[in-house]
Design a protein around this ligand. Structure first.
Ligand SMILES: *Cc1c(COP(=O)(O)O)cnc(C)c1O
Length: 431
C-alpha cells in the first residue's frame, strides 16, 4: 500500500516511512491511495473470528507486507488484549466500552499498535534509536507511555502542563520509569505543544536524535482504531435495525477510522460526530464554512480541539464533496451543563455511569434518534468515569469504584523533571 500526502498527491510513501515520519515532509497527513474492500466472505465468517483474526484481516493490506504476517498478528494480539463490550444502556441504545485497557481510555489501542509497529521497524535495524516526543493534555501521554514502555530502541519524552492534568492522569505518566521520561512544564498545554513543534524543527536536536511524534495523525495510531468498530459489529450483527454510531470527537481520528471501516464494507448506516462546545465541525456541516477557532476548556477535556487535525481525512473520504459528506455524517454540540445533566439522568434512570466524553456521545445519539424509528444506536464510551472522578462523583452524588490498576498507581511515587522553557527542553534532549 502506498500513502499520499493530503497536501500534495505526488508525495508518496510506504507504510514504514509514513509511520516513522508521522507527517509527510510537506506537513500533509498521509492517506491511503486505495480503500481496501473486504470480501463478502469475511463478513459471513466474522462471528466466528477471534479479535486478532478480525484485526489482521482489517489492517493487513494497509501494512502491505511491510511487517511479516506472524509479527503483525503478534502486535495485534497484544494491542487487543482486553475486552470491547457493547453494553445495553436502555432500549435501542448501547455503550461500546473502550476503557478496559491499561490506561482506561480508547487511545490504548492506537498507542499499543504504534509501539508494536515502530518497535518492529527499529528491531529490523535500519533506522537506529528513536525518541518519541509528545505533548499531552491528559489521556495521550498515559496511553503512549504505557504502549511504549520497555520497547527496545525507543525513548519516550512526554511534556505535560503542571497542575492541569488530573491526579490519575499524572500518575499514569510519571510512575513508569524505564524508557519513559515525564517533563512537567510550568505552563499550559499550548506551550507544551509549541515546544514540541519547535523541537521538531531544531536542527541541533535532529543531528543528535531521531524524533518522532505519537499523536493521532500517525497512521499507526489512526488505522487500528478501525478494529473496535468491527468488534462492535460482531456483537450487533444480529440486530434487525440499522446501525448508527455516535463518536465523541476532538481531533476526529477515532470517527474518521470508523468512517473508513464503513467504506471497507462495514454495514453502518450513519455516523454522528458528538462535540462539546468546540463546535468547528458542527458549524461546518451547517454552513459549509470551515472556520477553526481557539479551543475552549470543557469538562470533556480530551475533546477541547478547535481545529481538528484529522478532519481533512474525512473530507478526503468523500472526495471533498460537502453534500456527500453531509449525507453520511451528522454533528451536534453540547455544553457542560447538558453533559452533566445527561450523566445524572442516565445514572438515575438506568444505574449506568458515563464519563463526560461518553455522555457527549450519548447526547448526540439521543438527538439523532429523536423522531426516528428502525435504528439501534451505539455511543463510544471513550474513557472510564474514574478518570474524571471529581466531575462524575459530584454529578451523580455517589462514589465511583476505583479499579485495581488505578488503585495501584495512586500510591506510586511520581517522578518528573521540571522545565520552564524551550532551552530547558533542548538541554534535556541534547544531553
Ligand atoms: C482523545 C479522546 C477523545 C477524542 O478522540 P479523537 O480521535 O481526537 O476525536 C474522546 N474521548 C476521550 C476520552 C479521549 O481521550
Amino acid at each position: 500500500m502506498k500513502y499520499f500526502s493530503l497536501n500534495n498527491r505526488e508525495h508518496r510513501s510506504n507504510f514504514e516511512n509514513a509511520v516513522i515520519r508521522g507527517l509527510a515532509p510537506d506537513k500533509g497527513l498521509y492517506f491511503p491511495e486505495e480503500i481496501v474492500k473486504l470480501p463478502e466472505s469475511f463478513f459471513k465468517k466474522l462471528p466466528e473470528l477471534s479479535k486478532t483474526e478480525i484485526g489482521f484481516q482489517v489492517i493487513k493490506d494497509y501494512v502491505g507486507g511491510e511487517i511479516p504476517d506472524n509479527e503483525l498478528e503478534n502486535i495485534i494480539s497484544k494491542t487487543l488484549d482486553f475486552d470491547f463490550p457493547v453494553v445495553d444502556v436502555k432500549k435501542g441504545i448501547g455503550s461500546l466500552e473502550l476503557f478496559h485497557g491499561p490506561t482506561l481510555a480508547f487511545k490504548d489501542v492506537g498507542a499499543r499498535f504504534m509501539a508494536g509497529s515502530l518497535g518492529y521497524f527499529i528491531k529490523k535495524g535500519n533506522i537506529g534509536n528513536v525518541t518519541v516526543l509528545v505533548a499531552t493534555s491528559g489521556d495521550t501521554g498515559g496511553a503512549v507511555a504505557n504502549g511504549f514502555l520497555g520497547v527496545d530502541g525507543i525513548d519516550v519524552v512526554i511534556l505535560y502542563p503542571k497542575g492541569k492534568v488530573s491526579e490519575i492522569q499524572e500518575k499514569q505518566l510519571t510512575t513508569l520509569g524505564q524508557n519513559i521520561t515525564a517533563l512537567e512544564v510550568d505552563g499550559a498545554f499550548d506551550e507544551c505543544q509549541a515546544m514540541v513543534k519547535q523541537a521538531f524543527l531544531d536542527e541541533d536536536i535532529s543531528a543528535k536524535r531521531k524524533l518522532t511524534s505519537a499523536n493521532s495523525i500517525n497512521l499507526a495510531r489512526w488505522l487500528p482504531q478501525m478494529f473496535y468498530y468491527f468488534l462492535a459489529y460482531k456483537q450487533l450483527e444480529e440486530k434487525d435495525e440499522k446501525l448508527v454510531f455516535s463518536v465523541p470527537s476532538g481531533n476526529f481520528g477515532n470517527i474518521c477510522a470508523g468512517m473508513l471501516a464503513r467504506e471497507m464494507g462495514l454495514p453502518i448506516d450513519q455516523f454522528v460526530a458528538s462535540n462539546n462546545a468546540n463546535d468547528t465541525v458542527t458549524s461546518y456541516l451547517e454552513t459549509e464554512i470551515y472556520k477553526p477557532k481557539p479551543s475552549v476548556q470543557t469538562i470533556s477535556n480530551a475533546m477541547d480541539v478547535g481545529d481538528p487535525s484529522n478532519f481533512v481525512r474525512i473530507l478526503q473520504l468523500f472526495d471533498n464533496e460537502y453534500h456527500s459528506l453531509k449525507k453520511n455524517l451528522t454533528a451536534y454540540s453540547f455544553d457542560d451543563e447538558e453533559t452533566k445533566k445527561a450523566i445524572k439522568e442516565v445514572f438515575e434512570e438506568t444505574g449506568y455511569v458515563m464519563d463526560p466524553h461518553g455522555a457527549v456521545g450519548y447526547l448526540g445519539l439521543q438527538e439523532f434518534l429523536k423522531d426516528k424509528n428502525g435504528y439501534y444506536g451505539t455511543f463510544l464510551e471513550t474513557a472510564h468515569p474514574v478518570k474524571f472522578l471529581e466531575t462524575v462523583e459530584e454529578v451523580i452524588g455517589k462514589k465511583v469504584a476505583i479499579p485495581d490498576s488505578i488503585a495501584r498507581i495512586v500510591d506510586k511515587e511520581k517522578k518528573s523533571l521540571q522545565i520552564s522553557n524551550y532551552e530547558d527542553l533542548k538541554g534535556y534532549l541534547m544531553s
